[in-house]
Write a protein that binds this ligand. Structure first.
Ligand SMILES: [Mg+2]
Length: 224
C-alpha cells in the first residue's frame, strides 16, 4: 500500500451538507419564532425563501473563510447575526437562533451515497482512518455517531480542536503530529479544492478531489 492512512473531509464528502443544514435550520427557525413577534414577520417569506437567505449568507461567509477572510470560529458567530438582520428579526433572536441551530446541527446525519461502504472498504484494506473537518469537534463527532460511522475513525481532527482551519498548513501539520505519520504516508480526500486538496498538498500530503456533482465516492477509492 502506498499510504498508511486516509484523512477524509466530513461535509459533502461523507455527510450531505444541504439536507443536514436544512434540517437544523427548520428546527432553529421554529425555536427562534418563539422569541420574536411573529405578527411582524408572518408571511413575509416562505420557509424555502428563509432557508435560501440563510444558505446564501452562510455559504458566502464559509467561502470567505476558505480564503482567509474569517476564521471558522468567526463565521459561526457572523452567520446567525447576518441572517437575523437580513430577515428583519430583532437582535434578541440571534442567540436563540444560534444555539438552536448548533444543537440541531449536532444530530444531523444524512449520508452521502456510498459513504459507509467507502469507509468499510478502506478499513477492510487496512488503512487507518481520520476525519479532517472545519467545525466544532463535539458537533462533528456527534453527527458521525448519529450517522453510524464514527467507529470507523481512529481519531477526528476538527479545526476548533486543532486550533487552525483547513487549508492552513498548520492544520495538516498538527494532524500529522497527532497520528505520528509522515506526509507521504497519508492521502487526503475531500470535496473542496481549496481546503482539502490544495491545503493538504501544501503540507506535502497527496490529495484526491471528490467532485460531488460527478464522482462516486466508492469508485474514487477503488484503486487504493
Ligand atoms: Mg467538505
Amino acid at each position: 500500500m502506498k499510504y498508511k492512512a486516509i484523512f477524509i473531509d466530513i461535509d459533502d464528502t461523507l455527510l450531505d451538507y444541504i439536507p443536514c443544514c436544512r434540517a437544523a435550520f427548520d428546527v432553529a427557525m421554529k425555536s427562534t419564532d418563539r422569541f420574536t413577534d411573529r405578527a411582524q414577520n408572518t408571511d413575509r417569506y416562505t420557509s424555502d425563501e428563509l432557508f435560501n437567505i440563510f444558505f446564501e449568507i452562510s455559504g458566502r461567509l464559509f467561502s470567505e473563510a476558505k480564503h482567509g477572510l474569517h476564521t471558522i470560529a468567526e463565521v459561526m458567530e457572523l452567520y446567525p447575526q447576518e441572517f437575523i438582520a437580513a430577515i428583519g428579526y430583532p437582535e434578541s433572536a440571534v442567540d436563540p437562533f444560534k444555539h438552536a441551530f448548533r444543537a440541531a446541527w449536532g444530530t444531523t446525519h444524512t449520508l452521502v451515497p456510498g459513504a459507509k461502504e467507502t469507509l468499510e472498504a478502506l478499513q477492510a484494506k487496512g488503512y487507518r482512518l481520520f476525519a479532517a473537518s472545519n467545525s466544532f469537534g463535539h458537533l462533528q463527532r456527534s453527527r458521525l455517531e448519529h450517522a453510524g460511522i464514527l467507529h470507523f475513525f481512529e481519531d477526528t481532527y476538527i479545526s476548533m480542536d486543532i486550533g487552525y482551519d483547513k487549508p492552513d498548513i498548520r492544520f495538516y501539520q498538527e494532524a500529522l503530529r497527532r497520528c505520528g505519520l509522515q506526509p507521504s504516508e497519508v492521502l487526503m480526500i475531500g470535496d473542496s479544492m481549496t481546503t482539502d486538496v490544495l491545503g493538504a498538498q501544501a503540507a506535502g500530503i497527496d490529495a484526491r478531489f471528490f467532485d460531488r456533482k460527478s464522482d462516486n465516492l466508492f469508485a474514487l477509492i477503488a484503486d487504493l
